[in-house]
Design a protein around this ligand. Structure first.
Ligand code: IMP
Ligand code: MG
Length: 186
């Protein structure tokens, strides 16, 4: 895919690189303050959260570890089915740990709601969510999100880890997917 083709998928830049990075630094400060004196375990939800997690972690001043989970998502469609499957589980035991789940975006909330119930059952000392983006208008189930980067309108976004059919994750900003590329019925 050429740079021009990559750009063409973006209808509009929603959050530019500077704005993203500034907000992530602030979130890092906030989390470092809140977890002072504790040992943090960041759980990244593959694959979209990888970029956010890597940048966020560089702003943390508390001792921290990372682990990853992969859960099934939409495939090539842009709508959540609510059917969630664990594709890759954590490597480590989270019992008694301070866990912060790092997610790229909360849409309906169905994926994260399932994930939180699953993690809660493992007996962590604390369990919170940090999401880069949230679409409050799309929420179907309430999920308590402790840290939010940006609230965004109900548009399908790509870039900075977010994909459409596994592409466009490498854009350094968050853009709205060109409506011409959104499949019918979504
Ligand atoms: P939920 O279960 O509807 O909250 O969906 C959450 C997951 O759907 C996220 O982790 C993303 O992988 C994906 N998703 C939701 N909205 C978007 C979007 O606008 N762009 C890209 N992926 C999205
Ligand atoms: Mg996805």
């Amino acid at each position: 895919m050429s740079a021009a083709e990559l750009q063409r998928a973006v209808g509009e830049v929603l959050i530019d690189e500077t704005t993203l990075q500034r907000r992530i630094a602030t979130l890092g400060d906030e989390i470092s303050n809140d977890y002072t004196g504790r040992d943090l375990l960041l759980v990244g939800v593959l694959k979209g959260a990888v970029f956010f997690l890597a940048d966020l972690m560089r702003h943390l001043t508390v001792p921290c570890e990372i682990d990853f989970m992969a859960i099934s998502s939409y495939g090539a469609s842009t709508d959540s089915s609510g059917v969630v499957r664990i594709l890759k589980d954590l490597d480590i035991n989270i019992e008694g740990r301070d866990v912060l789940v790092v997610e790229d975006i909360i849409d309906s909330g169905l994926t994260l709601s399932y994930l939180m119930r699953n993690l809660e059952a493992r007996g962590p000392a604390s369990l919170e969510i940090c999401a880069l983006l949230t679409k409050p208008d799309r929420r179907e189930i309430d999920v308590p999100v402790r840290y939010v980067g940006f609230e965004i309108p109900n548009r399908f976004v790509i870039g900075y880890g977010l994909d459409f059919a596994e592409r466009y994750r490498n854009l350094p900003y968050v853009g709205v997917l060109d409506p011409a590329l959104v499949p019918e019925g979504s």
